[in-house]
Design a binder for this molecule. Sequence first.
Ligand SMILES: Cc1cc2nc3c(=O)[nH]c(=O)nc-3n(C[C@H](O)[C@H](O)[C@H](O)COP(=O)(O)OP(=O)(O)OC[C@H]3O[C@@H](n4cnc5c(N)ncnc54)[C@H](O)[C@@H]3O)c2cc1C
Length: 342
Amino acid sequence: MNQAGDRVKTIVAGAETGADVAVVGAGPAGLYAAYCAGFRGLSSVIVDALPEPGGQMAALYPEKKIHDVAGHVAVRGRELTDDLVAQVAPFDPHYLLGRTAASLTPDESAGWVLGLEDGGRVRAGAVVIAAGLGRSTPRVLPCLRPYEGRGVAYHVPRLEEHRDRDVVIVGGGDSAVDWALALAPVARSVTVVHRRPAFRAHEHSVKQMYAADIRVLTDAQVTGCEGVDHLAEVRVRTGEEELTLPARTVVAALGFITNLGPIADWGLRMENRQIAVDRAMRTNLPRVYAVGDICTYEGRVPLISVGFGEAATAANHAAVELRPGSRLAPEHSTDREAALLS
Ligand SMILES: Cc1cc2nc3c(=O)[nH]c(=O)nc-3n(C[C@H](O)[C@H](O)[C@H](O)COP(=O)(O)OP(=O)(O)OC[C@H]3O[C@@H](n4cnc5c(N)ncnc54)[C@H](O)[C@@H]3O)c2cc1C
């Protein structure tokens, strides 16, 4: 698990839990919303369908440097995720990872009940939807399916797990090339298999890949896998030739299909498959807010930094709704150093 993962707690499938604020999505906007809620004395539960926090940053570009987050000259997706998780940690949010939020129903006592796909329930006074592009499902190669969870992976959250192992990466986009570059110094061998002659990834990264200790097979396709309890080998066809490569892990970096999933049926006012919000990030449902790439309003720019501002706005408005009489503006964090470091 990445450093963020070390701090993540979870509860068993089907269990019920509660908090002042339920956050749907552990991407940058959701994590920061939980921080801002915590700063206002509100507890939070953070639900994400992915097994790791970080949203797109962790799933799609953990090794890429982000240059336009305020205060960071450059920060990798993985590092920003770790920092966001560390930042919210003093407020002890309850993470429910690998869990999809399936339904949202009003509840007389709590406010809202978020129903999870596995039967779990989260009772909360307010809900912040930070679901980004929605639920993402990895594109799969049918021949790899039998080894899912037994060597076939769609993310590389922990590079160290692959130390001294043979890794085959399938794909030709940025994720495939970035993961190959990140794994090359760690793994025993890295082979990239791409079915086309040229890569779609960033040109500079592709050059780095060809210069690194990485075997690159183009016009090539994985045709099968072998292994008893765990993946051990993959078969790759290149032209007329069929190779057998040792492989403890195959990373299928073939992209993700995203869809709004169940959120589309929660009675929210939508515009172009995004949730319409007002200037306080309120949706049409009481005490339900939307922030980050899932929300829309005139002139919105889909950037991490914009999502951070929206998260702060939503959490502070939620604080006022949940604690009537409290001020909208939070106190300055500079006045709370001791509490935040504890
Ligand atoms: C390759 C790439 C490079 C990028 N580079 C930059 C950059 O340099 N600068 C920048 O500002 N932005 C960049 N972006 C865009 C940036 O990643 C997004 O704007 C940002 O991730 C949006 O954050 P978010 O928290 O709104 O949503 P996301 O990061 O999409 O997170 C949403 C989370 O919600 C979860 N979710 C969705 N539906 C459910 C559900 N029903 N139940 C449970 N969980 C659910 C998803 O699993 C996901 O983890 C880049 C994007 C990509 C793909």
